[in-house]
Design a protein around this ligand. Structure first.
Ligand code: PGA
Ligand code: ZN
Length: 424
């Protein structure tokens, strides 16, 4: 007999930055308990689903600077839980119930942190009911495709007190023939970066929110040159076996219609900023560039796409915010060719999957992504695999909240039901 839901509850726990976040627990009639903690961003896009915090409300807890989430937790306990008791754990059904409870597009009434926690816990409970891993439950037959990792080496922007204008310099080990080999290459590059950075007089024992090194290079070009050297220093060929990916997170330094570079002390119009980026693409072995322009600077994105010197992934994160309507506009205007998929930007598992499917149908590359505030959960690795996303972005190789996801991918690889292919 299929197990049914006997209890649903929420509680406030801490994320990897020590900030409150929402955890949901679902108990089934077979006594099993399924728990999920939702992630949270720092460079949050304006069009993301609403992360409900107790800011300015009676509930705000003194020591959490208005960031407590007791209101979102109460929505799980008081509004969502009663509607789920006795049902089988089916994500599509539960997501529909939550949409009926709160039809606002950004989940403003219940809070997307509440809805996503319940949605993911339902997915986990559903997989358990079918005696499958989440990855296998999402793709019942055939070999599972492990994602290519995109891994943070240097951090700047909102993740490292503005050490660099741009938020992340990452690497993609696309020449590797297995996931474990890909990870071993990246670990070596990350170690080389720490060692070489220290030799150049920088502090490298402190890490940013996502485990990257917060080295304050004078320019993005210098940061890219450094990472390319680190790739070569471990005996790999930059541009052939391992390439650079950038997350510019340009919304963070877009002010009054201008891009304000703290590194250079200069201000750029969209067209000038585009030229800066095109020069950078000329100089360094970059194959992927995320959020090169601000979240609503649509014209700049479109124009940039027509000027690319070679095949480069142009990734929309803050631009799309895992939102179907924004993706539709991007497909129509040819604003990008890749999308970051962050479940908590969307608020539900099923509609996150709809966005990913729609992107794939339009030949967009898809990258399932963690946030700067994470938990020890590993569902992200299963989702990236079960949905055949092609790529995954989890931060660096430091911090248990990051390694938990890498280790889960190693475990999936070990199961022998997987393949690893280069999406580039
Ligand atoms: P965030 O950043 O999780 O802090 O929003 C991640 C990203 O921009 O990709
Ligand atoms: Zn981003």
């Amino acid at each position: 007999m299929t197990a049914t839901i006997t209890n649903v509850s929420g509680l406030q726990v801490l994320d990897s930055r020590g900030r409150p976040t929402v955890c949901a627990l679902i108990t089934l009639s077979d006594q099993s308990v399924h728990k999920v903690t939702v992630p949270s961003g720092a460079s949050t896009g304006r069009h993301e689903a609403l992360e409900l915090r107790d800011t300015n409300s009676q509930r705000a807890e003194k020591f959490y600077s208005g960031k407590s989430v007791s209101l979102a937790v109460s929505h799980i306990n008081e509004l969502i839980a009663p509607t789920m008791i006795g049902l089988v754990p089916d994500v599509a059904t539960i997501d529909q119930i939550m949409i009926q409870l709160d039809p606002t597009p950004r989940h403003e009434k219940l809070g997307a942190n509440a809805t996503l926690a319940v949605s993911l816990a339902t997915l986990k409970a559903g997989a358990h009911s079918h005696r499958q891993s989440i990855a296998r439950y999402l793709q019942p037959t055939g070999k599972l495709q492990l994602p290519m990792p995109m891994v943070n080496i240097l951090s700047g922007g909102a993740h490292a007190n503005g050490a660099l204008d741009i938020q992340d310099v990452l690497v993609i080990p696309h020449g590797a023939t297995s996931f474990s080999q890909a990870l071993s290459w990246v670990v070596a590059i990350r170690e080389s970066a720490a060692k070489r950075g220290a030799e150049q007089g920088f502090t490298t024992n402190l890490v940013a929110d996502e485990g990257g090194l917060g080295i304050p290079f004078a320019s993005s070009a210098k940061a890219c040159e450094f990472v390319a050297q680190c790739i070569e220093s471990v005996g790999l060929t930059a541009g052939h076996e391992v390439s650079i990916a950038l997350d510019i997170a340009a919304t963070q330094f877009f002010n009054d219609g201008q891009y304000v570079s703290r590194n250079s002390g200069k201000t750029f119009t969209s067209e000038q900023w585009s030229q800066q980026l095109l020069e950078l693409l000329d100089q360094a072995p970059i194959i992927s560039i995320e959020d090169p322009f601000a979240e609503d600077d649509w014209a700049a994105w479109k124009s940039f796409m027509t000027q690319l010197p070679r095949s480069i992934a142009v990734v929309g994160d803050d631009l799309f915010t895992t939102n179907a309507a924004r993706l539709a506009q991007g497909i129509q205007e040819k604003s990008a060719n890749s999308i970051l998929i962050k479940p908590n930007q969307n608020g539900l598992v099923s509609s996150t999957f709809d966005v990913l499917s729609r992107a794939k149908m339009s030949n967009f590359a898809t990258i399932v992504s963690a946030r700067s505030g994470e938990s020890e959960d590993t569902w992200l690795a299963d989702i990236a695999t079960g949905w055949s996303a092609g790529q995954i972005k989890v931060g660096s190789t430091h911090g248990s909240e990051r390694t938990a996801k890498w280790n889960r991918l190693l475990e999936l690889e070990h199961s022998d039901e997987t393949v690893f292919t280069n999406p580039f």
